[in-house]
Design a protein around this ligand. Structure first.
Ligand code: 13P
Length: 254
């Protein structure tokens, strides 16, 4: 049985101070919540302070990206080992904003996945089609390619521990979420691929979560789908009360 997994991707929002205030408020609001993995992903500068603020609580932290080399002359980059040392347990890789704005490719996403696993971080691997690809009937082929290449060379044991986030690009930040049926279709497809490539056990244990305009109002219907194991929440995660409502919706849907 997969425990619901709710993560807030703060993107380039919140200073160190704001992050600490947010985590302190959130931990008091969700302190009674059991049976849900609760994760926040602050910016790199706020990662350590947020992890300290979340210490001994039911909230874990995630980095938003990591480089594949351990260290070196890579101005502006942060390694997986550094993200881990800052206190993160998870790291988002291959977010569509990274792919479209910062040149991440399936190959470099795969390198980041391997680096994360090597640094004892759980990768949250993002995949998703654009509106043109959906309209062109290419959704499932795009998902296949991103998933296959992103997980190239990863063991079934590691896949079992990982999180895959289905984030249709057209639903991110647009207020237009995938319908529960559209999302379920994509998630069931992704799980089927995991089953054929990595075996039934890995496919049953791997979390496949949905991201794209998740809000308190639509969370329950999305999270009620059999193959939707949680949510990667952008805008709505910046508000403590709204994010906590989504966490509670996951508990009820479990
Ligand atoms: P929104 O929830 O703001 O659409 O963002 C989703 C997202 O990109 C999470 O990674």
């Amino acid at each position: 049985m997969r425990q619901p997994f709710i993560a807030g991707n703060w993107k380039m929002f919140k200073t160190v101070h704001e992050a600490v205030v947010h985590v302190k408020e959130l931990r008091s609001v969700v302190k009674d919540v059991e049976g849900v993995d609760i994760v926040v992903a602050p910016t790199a500068t706020a990662l350590h302070a947020a992890a300290e603020a979340a210490r001994n609580s039911n909230i874990a932290v995630a980095g938003q990206n990591c480089h594949w080399e351990r260290d070196g002359a890579f101005t502006g980059e942060v390694s997986a080992a550094m993200v881990r040392e800052a206190g993160a347990e998870y790291v988002i890789v291959g977010h569509s904003e990274r792919r479209t704005l910062f040149g991440d490719t399936d190959q470099t996403v795969n390198q980041r996945v391997h680096a994360a696993l090597g640094a004892d971080l759980v990768p949250i691997l993002c995949v998703g089609e654009t509106l043109d690809q959906r309209d062109g009937g290419q959704t499932l082929a795009v998902l296949d390619q991103q998933l296959k290449r992103g997980l190239d060379g990863v063991s079934a044991d590691h896949v079992a521990s990982m999180v895959v986030a289905y984030e249709p690009v057209w639903a991110i930040g647009t207020g237009r979420n995938a319908t529960p049926e559209q999302a379920q279709e994509a998630h069931a497809h992704l799980r089927g691929r995991l089953r054929s490539w990595f075996g039934a056990d890995a496919a049953e244990r791997c979390h496949v979560i949905y991201g794209g305009s998740v809000k308190p109002a639509n969370a329950a219907s999305l999270l009620g789908q059999p193959d939707i194991d949680g949510a990667l929440v952008g805008g709505a995660s910046l508000d403590v009360a709204g994010f906590a409502q989504i966490v509670r919706a996951a508990r009820l849907g479990a």
